[in-house]
Design a protein around this ligand. Structure first.
Ligand SMILES: [Zn+2]
Length: 390
């Protein structure tokens, strides 16, 4: 059990969910709106929370990739129930939706005006922001310590990053017991998303030793504990380390993300596929495409993660990729986008220039090499076909 005050107030440990009523009191929340995933509504811990907070209502009309309408509906539920705070509990979708609802309750402008571009966040009227407590039940997005929410704009069919510094939740509860029931495939996909956050943050250019240190340790925790969390979900020690590593990833990626996320965002919005799974499939291709400029970073990662060098003349790219492909196989992640029903010649790919969408994604700015739309298209084609150059 630990209390941390960085990057926000965090209560870590088994059973810490029982402190939720006290935290509401601290924030002067009398009538919270619980925002959660529809799949969690019948879980016993949600029932217990409802019992402990009798004045709370629950809102769960949220898509796997939450969209603008979900946020509008959540704001309406908040006002109708005369609520005064948000408890966001669940996976990244519920946390992002909860944070976005808290931001939007008293705004007069459209949510799309607060997209994370330039100084748009200064347009937010921050006089009456609603307090938010975030409780993750998956270990992946780290949204509980993020100052942004990813929301799908239905009109443009694209994922928009909505940002304001005050979107950082006031309290976070990291209770490993809440993630015990997470099914193995989601444990693997979300855990690898957290790995990619740490990896892309570490490889993003720029001087940010704080983020680099967090990212390295985050990757190590995932290497050491994700297989155990995957094979033995009841292991609370493994679940606890994974929740922590996920939070570390989101803390580190203030430094930047990269090509993996630049492709995963449009693919997720167009094909409605799991964000973590997309990143898990894409990562080796992106590592290979960036290899010429990240060999020194891969060397640091290989040393810190203590990865085995099978041949003395192996490059660090080879050492890292050999380990990554084995690690991914152990977690039963498919090798190709083609394995999850994404093809370069399907209707969606023909209608949308995937490369053009990736190159304008905000995550593209953090990639070590500024890829062109054509290079992103090649990456996409390789990942569909499973064509990993050696
Ligand atoms: Zn991600």
């Amino acid at each position: 059990m630990s209390d941390w005050n960085f990057p926000t107030a965090i209560k870590f440990g088994n059973g810490r969910i029982s402190e939720l009523p006290d935290l509401c009191q601290t924030l002067n929340i009398q009538r919270p709106l619980i925002v959660t995933d529809s799949g969690l509504v019948h879980f016993s811990f949600i029932k217990k929370i409802e019992h402990a907070l009798p004045s709370a209502d629950i809102f769960y009309d949220i898509k796997a990739n939450p969209n603008g309408q979900n946020i509008t509906d959540g704001v309406a539920a908040f006002k109708q129930g005369k609520h005064d705070g948000i408890i966001a509990i669940g996976g990244g979708s519920a946390l992002d939706a909860g944070k976005a609802i808290a931001l939007m309750v008293w705004q007069t402008k459209s949510i799309w005006q607060f997209e994370d571009v330039g100084d748009n966040w200064k347009l937010v009227d921050d006089n009456n922001l609603v307090p938010c407590i975030a409780i993750p039940t998956t270990a992946g997005t780290g949204s509980e310590v993020g100052r942004a929410a990813v929301i799908v704009n239905e009109e443009s069919q694209s994922k928009k990053i909505i940002f304001h510094p005050s979107m950082m939740p006031s309290f976070v509860i990291l209770d490993p017991e809440l993630s015990q029931a997470l099914p193995a495939p989601i444990t693997a996909a979300t855990g690898l998303d957290a790995f990619v956050h740490n990896f892309e943050a570490f490889c993003a250019p720029g001087y940010h030793p704080m983020a680099d240190g967090i990212a390295l340790q985050g990757m190590k925790l995932i290497k050491d504990w994700l297989p155990e969390a995957y094979h033995n979900g009841r292991n609370l020690e493994a679940r606890g380390h994974m929740l922590t590593a996920s939070m570390m990833g989101a803390t580190a990626f203030q430094k930047g993300l990269g090509a993996c996320h630049a492709l995963a965002h449009p693919l997720g919005a167009l094909y409605d596929k799991h964000h973590g799974l997309l990143n898990a499939i894409l990562l080796p291709y992106v590592v290979h495409a960036n290899a010429s400029v990240i060999e020194d970073k891969l060397q640091t990662i290989c040393h810190y993660l203590d990865l085995p060098k099978s041949r003395l003349d192996s490059s660090f790219q080879q050492v890292f990729l050999t380990w990554l492909l084995d690690f991914r196989r152990e977690l039963d992640i498919p090798a190709r986008l083609g394995d999850i029903g994404i093809h370069t010649d399907d209707a969606i790919a023909r209608q949308h220039a995937i490369g053009e969408l990736a190159v304008v994604d905000p995550s593209a700015a953090g990639n070590p090499i500024p890829f062109t739309a054509k290079q992103y298209l090649t990456l996409f084609q390789q990942a569909v076909a499973g064509d990993l150059p050696t």
